[in-house]
Design a protein around this ligand. Structure first.
Ligand code: V47
Length: 380
């Protein structure tokens, strides 16, 4: 498929506020806070998407990334009572679970036929599990699956484990690294605004602690992802503030690999009265993320969140990655997600191909994965 050459003359809009922004995007100039607000306020989703697609194609041409991964959620017991969450439960409540280590290692090898290249491990903030449980979990996975990249523990979990283990954040990160953690997932960022955090997740570390922990992880050689939860009680300004803060950390460390907007799923949460996000907002979120985060290489449209169908469309609205096979998703399914729990490798390839993009199987660090029989190699 050949790329269309998009010149400034191809840009059309009936929204005057987008014209100066289009000039900046075409000349590669950084967008301001006010530009971010104007992009969110615009009703011309096709124009916003056109601009985001321009940047996306400049960076990645027609390539769209996916991976073969497996999620593991070792426990849903959580000391926090975040109003945004339907997954975490208090110790002793009905429906709690905590995997024994053997069970977690066994789960890691189950449910998927192709060799997975990544374990994505996140879970509740368990009041009693010792720090060593998590390190043993990682060590045991590395022993059994030495080729698989371990992307484990959000900065919120890192901060909690540090407290539990009576260690500094950097000691905790070092112990994680020694045990075999290769990178960090992007969860727990939610929205950095204190006002909003007080409403949706006031038991978590605050926004600046999240950013400082990510910064430290990058300085210690970890790559990590960055998320943003939208579609609840935040204002447009809170979203732009979140993006600008991520961009500022990235200017310093360059350690974020991917930005992943997460649409709020209200079912079974304490915010169940909030309506679900719409397709317009989901696509705009991807597009504005692509346009504001000029120093981040990848924008992931997580198919579990926006649905496989919308993930396909998003590949024309700024996204270059749709995430992976996942196999078993619990966090959004507890909150009412209607998507499948996992997809097969062939399904992801089909979604990407039908969107007119070229599928590229990546590992967690965006290196090419080549498959043979029941194993894989990663190019340097
Ligand atoms: O931090 C929790 C979100 C996140 C709900 O790094 C909810 O590659 C919507 O961060 N509605 C965890 N969202 C998942 C996550 C993630 C997912 C995929 C890939 C990567 C990556 C990271 O899920 C939490 C929170 O922001 N979440 N509850 C809910 N009801």
């Amino acid at each position: 498929m050949t790329s269309v050459n998009k010149s400034r003359h191809g840009f059309q809009t009936d929204d005057r506020a987008l014209e100066p922004i289009a000039e900046k995007v075409q000349s590669g100039e950084r967008l301001s806070f006010e530009d971010g607000v104007s992009l969110y306020r615009s009703g011309d989703i096709l124009a916003v998407g056109w601009l985001a697609n321009l940047v996306r194609e400049r960076l990645h041409g027609d390539v769209a990334y996916f991976n073969v991964n497996r999620h593991i959620n070792p426990t849903n017991v959580c000391v926090a009572s975040c109003r945004l969450c339907a997954f975490g439960r208090k110790k002793g409540d009905a429906g709690t679970y905590t995997m024994a280590l053997e069970e977690a290692w066994q789960t890691a090898g189950e449910g998927y036929t192709d060799a997975v290249t990544e374990f994505h491990i996140v879970g509740g903030l368990h009041p009693d599990l010792p720090f060593e449980y998590f390190m043993d979990l990682v060590r045991g996975l590395k022993e059994r699956f030495p080729l698989v990249h371990i992307k484990a523990f959000t900065t919120v979990e890192v901060a909690f484990l540090a407290k539990r283990g009576k260690m500094t954040i950097s000691e905790t990160l070092q112990r994680m690294k020694d045990a075999g953690v290769d990178s960090l997932p992007g969860g727990g960022a939610e929205i950095f605004s204190d006002r909003v955090r007080h409403i949706i997740c006031d038991h978590k570390i605050d926004g600046s602690e999240w950013l400082e922990t990510a910064k430290l992880a990058h300085q210690m050689g970890f790559r990590s992802n960055a998320t943003m939860l939208y579609g609840h009680v935040e204002e447009i300004e809170d979203r732009v503030d979140h993006l600008v803060k991520l961009r500022a950390v990235q200017d310093v460390t360059g350690g974020f690999q991917t930005f992943i907007p997460l649409s709020f799923h209200p079912d079974n949460t304490a915010l169940a009265h909030i309506p679900k996000t719409t397709g317009m907002l989901d696509m705009k979120q991807i597009a504005v993320g692509r346009l504001m985060l000029d120093n981040l290489a990848h924008i992931k449209s997580y198919w579990q969140m926006v649905s496989p169908k919308m993930a396909q469309i998003s590949l024309r609205f700024g996204a270059d990655d749709i995430d992976g096979t996942v196999v078993e998703e619990k966090i959004y399914h507890d909150a009412g997600a209607k998507t499948p729990q996992g997809l097969r490798r062939e399904d992801l390839i089909r979604l990407i191909t039908e969107a007119g993009r070229v599928p590229f199987e990546r590992d967690t660090l965006y290196r090419a994965v080549t498959r043979s029989e029941d194993t894989f190699t990663v190019s340097a």
